[in-house]
Each structure stands twice: as C-alpha cells, then as structure tokens.
Design a protein around this ligand. Structure first.
Ligand code: 13P
Length: 342
C-alpha cells in the first residue's frame, strides 16, 4: 500500500476548502430522477445530464472531486471528450462508485446488504487505469423497532472494510458510506444512537482489515429527526447532535468527513453543514477532521428542475448547480447565510 499517494489524494479532496459532487446514481436511480422531472429515461438523456454537470464552467471553484458511475466514467461529451478528461483538465479528481447495490439480506426481512466484492480487485485496477483516484461504497440502514439488527450492521460493516482495504491496495482512496436512512418517524435521539452504533462497528471492522485511516474519508448521514417525526429540530440542534455522536465514534486519524444529504431540502443540508463548521471556528474550538460535503440530491436537484431535458436551459441549470456548490463551499468556512440564496 502506498500510504503517501493515498494521503496526497485525500488532501486534494479535503484540504482546499472544496467539496464533492456525487453524480454516481445507477441508471435505474438516475431514471427515477429524470422521470420525476419529466425527462425521458434514456441513455442519451442520462449522458446529456451528466455532461451538463461536468462541463459547468468554474465548477472547480467549489468542487474538488466528482463521483461517477460505471456507465458515466466511460461516457464522452457530444464533442467526443471523455468526462474524465474534462474533470482532469479542471483539476477535479474523478471517483467511482464500486458497490453493485443493496440486496435483501437473508433471514433479515426488510434489511439489505450492499454487494459488489466479487471481482472488485480487477474492477479497481480497470478504474485506476481510467483515471479514478477515489471510490465510494454505500451501505444502507433502515430504522424500525427491530432494525437495524446486529446481523445487518455486522455484515455491512464487514463489506465496507473489505472494500476499503481493496481500494487502498489499488492506490484508490475509499469513501466509506454507512447511511442511516431519513425515512420513518424516529426521533433525533434514535437516529443518533443508531448512527453511533453503526460507526463503532464500521471502525472496528476497518481496523480488523488493516485499513489506513489517514487514507480514507467517511461519508455519514447527519443526525436528524426523521422525515415523519412530529418533533423537528433547529440547524444548531442537528449540528450539535451530529458532532456529539461523530466525536464519540470516529477516530481522529481519518482524513475527513464528507456528509451525504440524504433527501434533506438543499438549503437545509447547506445550513446544517454551515452550523457544524461555524461552531468550530477559531482557536481552541477545532474538530479533529475537516467537515465537507459529498452531496448528490442537495447539489443536483435545483439544476435538474431547471434543465428539464432542454438544451436551451443548460446554462441556467449550470448556474443553479454552481450556486449550490458555492453555498456549500461557504458552509465549509461557516460563512453561509440565507442571504446568499437571494
Ligand atoms: P444524497 O446526497 O442525495 O443523499 O446522495 C449521496 C450519495 O452519494 C448516496 O450514495
């Protein structure tokens, strides 16, 4: 394992005050988003949508890395330029989602295990050759009275750790994403407890698999009352709860934390990230890790709504994407405010 190269990649992703754009939806998930925006669900539409994002002028002001899907890492613009070349020339690192999705976990009704370890060593070598320098694997945890079960947490934590080790062997920085879902009616306290339990188990497994913490990034959910919970929370309450649980469960040695947005409204995700960074500005108040973003929906959604599949809307959609990226960049410094949305 080349630790120095891994650490160098994490620095490029985390240290410049920029964040990550996740555009690694599977064709099926991307189609769902296109359908909701009234756009035909074709390979051509998915390619055009992804081209819109990667060719956004000045995207690199706020974005240090873009996560691609297997379909997208091989795609080109209509002018024939591979997306990875456009990103490279803009000083944006290309990443790749390498899990193959969540499937039903045997004997655990309603719970899933994320798959994709078979053949992963070979796929990682291919992706490295295509220019990917970091990767992502997402495990999903539903919260109910009975879930997540110990079996579900253990199986997914083990898979995340095996994935992370294979990435590091291949010279690719793993983004480790255990997502406790927002759906349901549970409270912020339950979300916090489950998030902390999951993270403890994930880091135990990362340790067993000899993963180098300095060469990895964690992509967690924020600690939120869930969407149907009658008691909602202020941005500061979310920030405090999230950081309390992360500080208890996440080693100081990891290169950084880049949150997922999880279906929060775009402006809320930004405001909550801002609240976390604002509370730890200045001497004596430092967090052990940089706190960044790796949003999909909270970056893309306004742009998709404007684009609607029309060439004439591309420039305006790109401005919307750039705006969300800039707001989130300001949130990394704790300098975002509602007035930026005007
Ligand atoms: P959201 O920001 O839409 O939750 O997506 C993040 C992601 O990459 C999911 O794997």
């Amino acid at each position: 394992m080349n630790v120095q190269a891994l650490v160098e990649t994490t620095r490029k992703l985390m240290d410049g005050g920029r964040g990550l754009l996740a555009m690694d939806e599977s064709p099926a998930t991307c189609n769902k988003r296109l359908l909701a925006a009234g756009i035909p669900q074709t390979e051509a539409a998915r390619r055009a949508y992804r081209a819109l994002m990667v060719t956004t002028p000045a995207l690199n002001d706020s974005i240090s890395g873009v996560i691609l899907h297997d379909e997208t890492i091989r795609q080109k613009t209509t002018g024939g330029i591979p997306f990875v070349n456009i990103l490279r020339d803009a000083d944006i690192l290309a990443g790749i989602k390498v899990d193959t999705g969540a499937r039903a976990l045997a004997l655990h009704p309603g719970e899933t295990i994320t798959e994709g370890l078979d053949g992963l060593r070979g796929r990682l070598a291919d992706y490295f050759g295509l220019g990917a320098r970091f990767a992502k694997w997402r495990a999903v945890f539903t919260v109910t009275e009975a879930a997540p079960s110990r079996g579900c947490i253990a199986a997914n934590a083990h898979a995340l750790a095996r994935y992370a080790a294979l990435c590091q062997e291949a010279g690719i920085v793993p983004i480790v994403e255990p997502e406790v879902l927002m759906d349901g009616a549970h409270t912020r306290e339950t979300c916090g407890k489950v998030t902390e339990d999951v993270l403890r188990c994930v880091f135990e497994n990362l340790h067993s698999q000899s993963v180098c913490l300095e060469g990895m990034i964690l992509k967690p959910n924020m600690v939120l009352p869930r969407s149907a919970c009658p008691e909602q929370a202020t941005d500061d309450e979310v920030a405090d709860a999230t950081l309390m649980h992360l500080r208890r469960a996440v080693p100081a040695a990891i290169a950084g934390i880049a949150f997922l947005s999880g279906g929060q409204p775009a402006e809320r995700a930004t405001a909550r990230l801002n609240a976390m960074n604002a509370r730890f500005r200045g001497p004596g108040a430092r967090l052990p890790w940089p706190l960044s973003f790796s949003f999909a929906r909270a970056l893309q959604h306004p742009a998709l709504e404007i684009w609607r599949g029309e060439d004439a809307n591309v420039a305006l959609a790109q401005r919307a994407l750039l705006h969300r990226a800039a707001c989130n960049r300001a949130a990394l410094r704790g300098e975002y405010s509602q007035s930026m949305e005007a």
